[in-house]
Design a protein around this ligand. Structure first.
Ligand SMILES: [Zn+2]
Length: 489
């Protein structure tokens, strides 16, 4: 797959979008006077009309710099020059703040005094493997982010869901506590980074029940928006008062379904923050038998197959040349996925109809992983992801020596060396193919030991990981698994 290499290609892509898709007739209401708003609609409309809502953040090319896109999608010249044409942003996820965390309680009681029958023989003030995050870990992470990015000009932050902890549906907790948790995390993030827009999305633990979506009479989204508006609109940024129109647009979509769009890179790029819980198999327990995709590792699908089909059609076929990146989470693993239209499992070459996504590791150590976050670089001239650097805290060492230290984990371009200077589908395809390289174990070792962000790796099947990264459609994944029969790795 090729991403736009020049502004001209983006213009073409945008015109294709406009001409080929049946945009909602409501869009025409915006045609004359609200050119910039319409421009957003040209993109967001296509996605939301077909798809409703999602849990991921997509970053797509929004406008083409100095070129008008079309009569209705006319854009203003972008005159700002970025340093080296590169902007940086942070992606972190799955904080799972647990207000009931107790540093003396072992993980078999989920580190909660209410459940504990005994104390552990050591204290774990910064978090404990197997439990969710104490406030201490959240604050420590934010301080580390601030220190590490001190000399960087971070433009924005993606926070991909699950701000609240697990197991909030107990006799000592409930929906109000979930809202409290989200409010506390949001407030801490905003006070640490008051001058950076932060784009959060809703995770399955940020709902009025576990995997329970708000009904039409619920004011859940309204409450979330009161916590998140200052972050998304960046109330501490210069020019906040000019954001009144943006606030109306944000309310329109967020109150409808917990999704929104926003422009970044001085309007050159749009970020679509989606709510994929509407596609979730787990939300609709009654029809749970139809589990066909989208995360195929452990043979468990998260989305209904019909939604997966539409989503993959959009990102891998219709708009792959517009999408710069897809930023997912929820699995608590440092990982990658390819979206492909090819049903031929033996292909090793680059499929032109292919898209990719990056899965961020978690802050919560609940799934036996170290806390980690990453800082990404995006070339706003070439409209491509260039690289990312990941940082982590070794929680065992931090606990043993009562000293929480954040350290460099790796830089993608150095860990997975390639002649391709970008992070794109071709590059992730290369990584995927290298997992089965018989003459060098380098990529495989790097990849598999990264998944738990330097905590002890789980037992993995090499071929299951290879197939899961390559095929999000369940049938193709199964075909791939049948091809490789030797277990282990
Ligand atoms: Zn989570």
């Amino acid at each position: 797959m090729t991403y736009p290499e020049s502004k001209v290609e983006i213009v073409r892509a945008m015109e294709y979008t406009k001409n080929q898709e049946h945009l909602d007739t409501d869009e025409t209401k915006y045609k004359i006077s609200r050119k910039k708003k319409l421009q957003e609609r040209c993109l967001i409309g296509v996605l939301t009309i077909i798809c409703c809502t999602l849990i991921v953040i997509l970053i797509v090319t929004f406008k083409s710099g100095h070129h008008p896109i079309s009569q209705n999608c006319l854009i203003k010249d972008n005159e700002r020059v970025f340093k080296n044409n590169t902007i940086k942003f942070i992606h972190w996820s799955d904080i799972h703040y647990d207000p009931f965390y107790n540093e003396t309680v072992p993980s078999k009681f989920f580190c909660r005094q209410q459940l504990a029958l005994e104390s552990d023989n050591y204290l774990a003030p910064y978090g404990r493997i197997g439990c969710d995050s104490p406030l201490n870990l959240l604050e420590n992470t934010l301080n580390a982010m601030k220190n590490i990015t001190e000399d960087e000009e971070i433009k924005f932050m993606l926070l991909t869901g699950d701000l609240s902890g697990h197991r909030m549906w107990t006799n000592f907790s409930g929906a109000d506590k979930v809202l409290d948790n989200i409010a506390i995390v949001s407030s801490k993030v905003h006070s640490t980074f008051p001058k950076i827009p932060v784009f959060p999305v809703i995770g399955n633990n940020d709902l009025p029940g576990h995997y329970v979506l708000p009904n039409s009479t619920s004011d859940w989204y309204k409450k979330l928006l009161t916590f998140w508006s200052p972050l998304i609109l960046c109330s501490g940024c210069p020019g906040y008062t000019r954001n009144l129109i943006r606030e109306r647009v944000l309310q329109e979509t967020f109150l409808e379904g917990g999704y929104y769009n926003t422009s970044i890179a001085d309007g050159k790029i749009v970020a679509l923050a989606l709510n994929s819980l509407y596609w979730s198999v787990a939300v609709e327990r009654s029809v749970e038998t139809d589990r066909k995709a989208v995360d195929t590792y452990s043979e468990k699908a998260y989305w209904f197959s019909n939604y997966t089909d539409v989503y993959v059609t959009i990102v891998a076929r219709n708009y792959s040349n517009l999408i710069i990146g897809q930023f997912f989470a929820h699995t608590h693993k440092d990982d990658y996925r390819l979206h492909s239209f090819s049903s031929n499992i033996s292909f090793s070459q680059h499929d032109p109809l292919m898209s990719f996504l990056l899965l961020a590791p978690a802050i919560s150590p609940v799934y036996h992983n170290n806390p980690a976050f990453r800082m990404l670089s995006l070339d706003v001239e070439k409209l491509s992801l260039i690289d990312f650097t990941q940082y982590f805290m070794d929680l065992v060492m931090a606990t043993e020596f009562s000293n929480p230290v954040w350290q460099l984990d790796y830089t993608f371009s150095e860990k997975y060396k390639s002649s391709n200077p970008f992070i794109d589908a071709e590059r992730i395809n290369e990584l995927n193919q290298q997992l089965l390289n018989q003459t060098s174990n380098k990529f495989w070792k790097s990849y598999v030991f990264s998944r738990e962000t330097n905590y002890q790796p789980m037992k993995y099947s090499r071929f299951t990981l290879y197939c899961a990264m390559r095929f999000v459609h369940f049938q193709s994944f199964q075909q791939c698994r049948k091809k490789y029969i030797v277990p282990g790795g």
